[in-house]
Design a protein around this ligand. Structure first.
Ligand SMILES: *[C@@H]1O[C@H](CO)[C@@H](O)[C@H](O)[C@H]1NC(C)=O
Ligand SMILES: *[C@@H]1O[C@H](CO)[C@@H](O)[C@H](O)[C@H]1NC(C)=O
Ligand SMILES: *[C@@H]1O[C@H](CO)[C@@H](O)[C@H](O)[C@H]1NC(C)=O
Ligand SMILES: *[C@@H]1O[C@H](CO)[C@@H](O)[C@H](O)[C@H]1NC(C)=O
Length: 401
């Protein structure tokens, strides 16, 4: 009896520990279109206190890449649309890597480079034609440096590349983009790199708040919608959007490419006509999404492929143009206070909004030592539990004799 209880206890602790140790596939977009953000070194402290281990940039900011050296946080870095066409030249691609990747990669885990953002749905045809050649030339340059297995090459798409997204099984790409997408998909498949989408159920809700169910877009309890072709039930729009992209790729002959969400999010504030842009909805969307990620959930079509998302965004960015919502996607205000609490470890606890404790070196130290203590305990339990189990088994065997 007592033995069974202690055995169970050990197993439970081990299971819990494995859950904690396995990294959350929850990343954050670190946009910097603002004039009031904390320094990259301060941001290191903030992200470590939250246990966030993935970050996406919109450039290759050397200040950020050096500040995060030694942190083990994974980085997606970017080549902007404006700088993309230069990359089609192999000498230039090589030079870009020597300047922006090689100096940092030994200390900072750069795992992906995105070439252009939402290029195919933009208005510049010359960008659209340079996209694939730029990706190819960058991949070749990475290969020359032996980095092709360490760093993926991709590009991020707006969901406007879809002509049809419902039901998910009928997902298809816009016909006018077929001549760009077919060779692009072939390339993704050839180099085994992920297909990245920026997916915002908020846009769908904002455009049609009377017919779209708020619980459905916010991952809250609802009956969901059943795809008549597959009988799969969708209880939220993001999963339906991801699976629509899988269906669209399949229609172009590809079932061998992984879809990842390079951006998703919900604004906490908007203009009067931006229905749904509230703190409550933003907290629900991002908080519920984080829970799904923590559960290692996949979509109905790909239950074994855990969600891989980067939330937009880390901070509210005061210099972003466009409607009010654009400046209010952040999980944090520039001073480091959370806009709302989504249950990320550290959020709302131990934060001194008066002094901005997250950003002081003492808080950085205390979060590092906490981390070290939890790792210490973890290693102890990992070593101790098999030993205990072994002892119990030995005792049992002895008793039987
Ligand atoms: C384009 O590249 C230049 C030179 O590497 C860099 O200084 C600039 O910030 C880049 N532009 C954007 C928009 O990323
Ligand atoms: C293309 O889009 C950019 C940014 O979205 C905008 O500034 C520009 O005016 C557009 N150009 C044309 C020709 O529509
Ligand atoms: C497309 O981008 C190129 C290179 O930046 C620029 O010269 C051209 O004016 C842009 N075209 C449009 C329609 O915006
Ligand atoms: C590159 O993408 C592939 C396909 O999604 C993935 O299996 C691999 O782990 C990625 N590589 C890195 C370094 O993240």
């Amino acid at each position: 009896m007592g033995e069974f209880t202690s055995l169970l206890f050990c197993l439970l602790i081990t299971a819990q520990l494995i859950q904690i140790v396995s990294a959350l596939k929850f990343g954050i977009n670190y946009g910097q279109i603002a004039n009031n953000l904390p320094s990259p070194t301060q941001v290191v402290g903030l992200l470590q206190s939250l246990n966030v281990n993935r970050v996406k940039l919109y450039d290759a900011d050397p200040k950020v890449l050096s500040a995060f050296s030694g942190t083990n946080i994974e980085f997606i870095i970017a080549i902007s649309n404006e700088n993309m066409s230069a990359m089609t030249d192999s000498t230039h691609a090589q030079a870009w890597l020597s300047q922006n990747v090689q100096p940092y990669i030994s200390g900072t885990r750069i795992t992906c480079i995105t070439v252009g953002n939402e290029v195919l749905t933009g208005n510049n045809t010359s960008y659209k034609s340079s996209l694939l050649p730029a990706m190819q030339s960058l991949y070749q340059a990475l290969t020359n440096l032996g980095l092709q297995n360490q760093v993926n090459v991709s590009t991020a798409h707006s969901l406007d590349i879809l002509a049809n997204s419902y039901p998910p099984s009928s997902g298809s790409f816009r016909e006018d983009l077929g001549s760009y997408l077919q060779p692009l998909l072939n390339f993704h498949s050839q180099i085994n790199s992920p297909f990245l989408i920026n997916a915002y159920p908020f846009f769908a809700y904002k455009a049609d708040p009377n017919s779209i169910s708020l619980p459905y877009v916010l991952f809250e309890s609802n009956a969901g919608q059943t795809d008549p072709n597959t009988n799969l039930n969708y209880d939220n729009m993001l999963y339906a959007q991801i699976d629509a992209v899988y269906a669209a790729m399949k229609a172009m002959g590809h079932t061998d490419i992984t879809v990842r969400v390079s951006e998703t999010g919900w604004p906490s504030k908007g203009d009067e006509n931006e229905i749904g842009a509230t703190v409550e909805n933003a907290a629900a969307y991002n908080g519920n999404l984080l829970k799904r990620v923590a559960m290692n959930q996949g979509t109905p079509l790909k239950p074994d492929v855990p969600l891989d998302v980067h939330v937009f965004a880390l901070f509210n960015e005061d210099l972003k143009p466009g409607p009010t919502s654009e400046r209010n996607y952040g999980l944090f205000y520039p001073d480091g206070t959370p806009v709302y609490n989504i249950g990320l470890q550290g959020t709302g606890t131990g934060y001194d909004s008066g002094s901005g404790t997250y950003f002081t070196s003492s808080s950085l130290q205390s979060s590092t030592s906490k981390l070290m203590i939890s790792y210490g305990v973890g290693i102890l339990v990992l070593v101790a539990s098999p030993t205990l189990i072994l002892l119990i088994i030995i005792r049992r065997t002895k008793k039987k004799k």
